[in-house]
Design a protein around this ligand. Structure first.
Ligand code: TGC
Ligand code: FAD
Length: 394
């Protein structure tokens, strides 16, 4: 069963009944579907993505913060609390859900045509169809404006050529949202546009990234687009430019800033439990002042990050959250979570490095979470620009 922490600030009292209900339901789902299997999935480097997606779809978790097309119409805070509980199971499981909802469904929902929405969203909400989001390339990570994937006009559509790298769900997806440069017909300039590419299209191939030491319970792919022909109707009609993919990242980051705290809570709860039962020098580790200091500092850090997450989630729901606020939350949550996972590991000593406890797995996963969706440094620079007015990227 999911271990939780004592709610010393009584933050639960500030949640609505619906928020608590969604949290509890997701926690039970993780207890049933994830916890019994996750150590094995992680060791084997695999995840039964389709099976989980079907069950998550049935529970209304896929695209839950969107409305219509079979989506649950939940708030950003409800989505965040669900991400937190999923990531208490494993970051890879949360990734499966956040990529599907925020990075694959959201661009279709926000930028797509009515036909595109009708074709893809109901099946994706149900977990019958999986999506992925192809922005990053081998030579274009933090700087997506430097992408080289190209969409060239043909008589009746576009031909896509390029390589996308590190694409979550890439090997299991039915549809890939591919961001590529094409020539704008009016200005003659290169612009970034989004394309919906069914993964069975000739010329599309995906292969699993081998030998990951982090986020092992997640499908991560290199996608090669070699002369992939798509019709005119594959283009996302309602967005042009980098603000398209970056707008999707706001959605995903707003979930991840809650999610990372789930992994941290699970690691900390594990350390707390271990400290009360492990005897050294004739008493439980929990009786030593240094252990208590670690537990107190971690609990304080966790609660401050959780309060920031709730504040940002409520701002998203009110329509007042800026991308900079979301960057601050993503930066603070992921760094706090990684610190907590590492310090929790020290409390478990040698046992902490094994797969018998979730702590090392969370710490290893959080290295990825610190890196994807904008690295810590990128979020520092976004905040630096907001504070100083100087653009370090330019
Ligand atoms: P810049 O010139 O600042 O902006 C270009 C255009 O984009 C607009 N914009 C945004 N729009 C919406 N939301 C945001 N957060 C936005 N940030 C910028 C901006 O207004 C402008 O629009 P327009 O219409 O005026 O042209 O762009 P830049 O090239 O200087 O880059 C800025 C930078 C570095 C912050 C950005 O490129 C960035 O965030 N880089 C990080 C890349 C990243 O996060 N990649 C993530 C890939 S997906 C992933 O990791 C999934 S992980 C799996 C999982 O989630 O589980
Ligand atoms: P780089 O951009 O090469 O950065 C390397 C280092 O340099 C970092 O520390 C970075 O912060 C630093 N750096 C870069 N620029 C600057 C600067 N201007 N100033 C100071 N420091 C700088 N992408 C997708 O599109 N879709 C996905 O589904 C997806 N899933 C992922 C899943 C996993 C498991 C992983 C690991 C990544 C995934 N990504 C995905 C890619 C992810 O978004 C990128 O890894 C991330 O954006 C960083 O790019 P990079 O790895 O190329 O690092």
């Amino acid at each position: 069963m999911t271990p939780v922490l004592p709610d010393l600030l009584n933050i639960d009292a500030t949640l609505s009944d619906t928020e608590r209900d969604i949290r509890t339901a997701t926690r039970h789902l993780v207890d049933d579907l994830v916890r019994p299997h996750i150590a094995r999935w992680y060791a084997d480097g695999r995840i039964p993505a389709r099976q989980l997606a079907a069950q998550f779809g049935e529970s209304g978790l896929l695209g839950m913060h969107l409305d219509g097309y079979g989506c649950a119409g939940a708030s950003a805070v409800e989505y965040g609390l669900a991400c937190l509980e999923l990531e208490a199971g494993d970051s890879g499981v949360r990734s499966l859900v956040s990529v599907q909802g925020s990075l694959a469904m959201y661009p279709i929902w926000k930028y797509g045509s009515d036909e595109q929405k009708d074709r893809w969203l109901p099946g994706m909400a149900a977990g019958e169809l999986l999506g992925c989001f192809g922005l990053t390339e081998p030579d274009s990570g933090s700087d997506p404006a430097s992408m080289t994937t190209r969409a060239t006009r043909t008589a009746d559509g576009f031909r896509l050529d390029g390589v996308k790298m590190w694409i979550t769900n890439g090997t299991v997806a039915d549809v890939a949202v591919i961001w590529a440069k094409t020539t704008d017909e009016d200005s003659g300039r290169d612009v970034v546009r989004g394309f919906l590419v069914p993964t069975g299209t000739p010329g599309f191939s995906a292969r699993e990234v081998p030998a990951k030491l982090s986020l092992r319970a997640s499908a991560t792919a290199e996608i090669v687009l070699h002369g992939v022909e798509v019709p005119e109707t594959a283009i996302l009609p309602h967005v042009t430019g980098l603000r398209g993919p970056l707008g999707c990242l706001n959605q995903a980051r707003a979930g991840i800033l809650f999610g990372a705290l789930g992994a941290a809570r699970d690691a900390l709860a594990s350390a707390l439990d271990y400290a009360t039962t492990r005897i050294q020098f004739g008493r439980p580790l929990a009786g030593f002042q240094l252990t208590q200091a670690k537990l107190a500092d971690m609990t304080t850090a966790w609660n401050s990050a959780y309060l920031m997450a709730l504040h940002i989630g409520r701002a998203v729901d009110a329509g007042t959250a800026t991308p900079q606020a979301i960057s601050m939350g993503k930066l603070h949550s992921t760094r706090t979570a990684l610190d907590i996972a590492r310090t929790s590991r020290t409390i478990l000593g040698a046992s902490g490095i094994t797969g018998d406890y979730p702590v090392m797995r969370h710490a290893a996963n959080l290295e990825t979470v610190l890196t994807y969706e904008g690295t810590a440094e990128i979020h520092q620079l976004i905040l630096g620009k907001a504070l100083t007015g100087f653009d370090a990227f330019a």
